[in-house]
Design a binder for this molecule. Structure first.
Ligand code: XIL
Length: 370
């Protein structure tokens, strides 16, 4: 009889031990981790929050470099944080992130240069078109050039599309017109040549939004401007992962000559009344919508493991097209889905539980590589 023992060592590595009970002989195999298991397939990333960037959480600090070889800042590079006033930039935390990643040989995906959400107040208040264009240009030039050669890639534009594939009515569309996406890529390329440049969105695996995304990419390409990839955020729901749409989208984006990434993966376990990941959309709090505050049934964790396994099977099938799969957070307790779209819930969307222990979903994803 043999059984697997999995434990997190002090160094954060998940060590698989094969214990042969019959012979009482214990063989400790080499440390295994997500990034090692998938090293020949695609990068495995995570979003990082402030305490994680500052290595203030010892368990996270031990686990992150072992499990992940790509990071995306969860908030610190967004305009409201990095560019709070017209002539003021706060680079401290982003500089720390870049240094942290360099120390651990981790690739950084900058997130994000142009996005209608988490914009600084001063930018929202700009009325004059020329001033807004100056803000747009200065922002991209200043931020992208600071991290030239230091970040591997940028989400140049985030969430420019509506669900029906038309352009979202944002301040960027209003002030600059629908050429703002192409212009953003043009400026980013100039400020940071050699950095990979991506368009990122949620629900862009859905057929209508996908069509809009394809049209947007073609427009950038037709202008002779470089775009290297498309990010599908991947905020999906338990039992409702749209596998067919995801596969069709991977194929469609790849056919445009682009790299495909899953950039913000999580599988939400709690109910809500809409799909998507518009951070401005909220839902009223109600105890019935927080059913697992004291723990989640194992049957649901098993179902989540099956969803994750099927997703990674699909990603492996298309590993020639997919360059990175990034989770939106390290462990369940740190996920944004505990606070959005309803504050104060207890969600379980990631591969590690609140104590940083690997969940059934972790084992299921790792099992595909055994
Ligand atoms: C989220 C962060 O996780 C939260 O901490 C923040 O309050 C709001 O934004 N799509 C994106 C991400 O592109 O930047 C969002 O991140 C989640 C949805």
């Amino acid at each position: 009889m043999k059984k697997f023992i999995l434990k997190i060592t002090a160094a954060g590595a998940i060590v698989a031990s094969l214990a042969y009970c019959s012979t009482a002989k214990k063989i400790t195999t080499t440390a295994v981790s997500l990034k090692d298991a998938y090293k020949n397939d695609f990068l495995i990333g995570t979003a990082l929050n402030t305490p994680q960037i500052e290595e203030r959480d010892p368990k996270a600090a031990a686990l992150i470099p072992v499990q992940f070889n790509a990071v995306t800042p969860e908030n610190c590079m967004k305009a409201e944080n990095i560019h709070p006033q017209w002539d003021q930039y706060t680079f401290d935390l982003s500089d720390k992130l870049v240094a942290y990643a360099a120390k651990h040989n981790i690739k950084v995906n900058g997130h994000t240069l142009i996005w209608h959400s988490q914009l600084p107040q001063f930018a929202r208040r700009i009325k004059d078109v020329d001033s807004f264009k100056t803000f747009f240009t200065n922002h991209i030039n200043t931020v992208a050039s600071r991290y030239k050669g230091k970040v591997f890639s940028w989400d140049v534009v985030n969430e420019a599309l509506n669900e029906d594939g038309t352009m979202r009515k944002s301040i960027f569309l209003d002030k600059i017109g629908d050429g703002f996406v192409t212009e953003a890529f043009r400026l980013a390329e100039k400020a940071s040549p050699g950095t990979e440049l991506y368009y990122n969105d949620y629900n862009n695996e859905q057929p209508k939004k996908r069509e809009g995304c394809i049209a947007l990419v073609k427009k950038v390409q037709a202008a002779g401007v470089r775009i290297d990839g498309v990010g599908i955020q991947g905020h999906w729901h338990l039992g409702r992962v749209p596998f067919k749409d995801i596969e069709e989208s991977i194929l469609a984006y790849h056919a445009l000559g682009l790299k495909v990434m899953i950039t913000e993966l999580d599988i939400e376990m709690l109910p809500r009344n809409f799909q998507g990941a518009d951070v401005n959309q909220r839902q009223a709090s109600n105890p019935a919508l927080n059913p697992y505050a004291n723990g989640i049934p194992d049957s649901l964790l098993q179902q989540q493991a099956a969803d994750y396994a099927n997703l990674f099977k699909l990603f492996l099938k298309h590993k020639d097209k997919i360059t990175r799969v990034t989770f939106w957070g390290v462990n369940d307790g740190q996920s944004w889905l505990n606070g959005w779209p309803i504050p104060g819930r207890t969600n379980y969307p990631l591969l590690f539980d609140r104590a940083f222990n690997p969940k059934p979903a972790y084992h299921a994803v790792m099992a595909l590589k055994k």
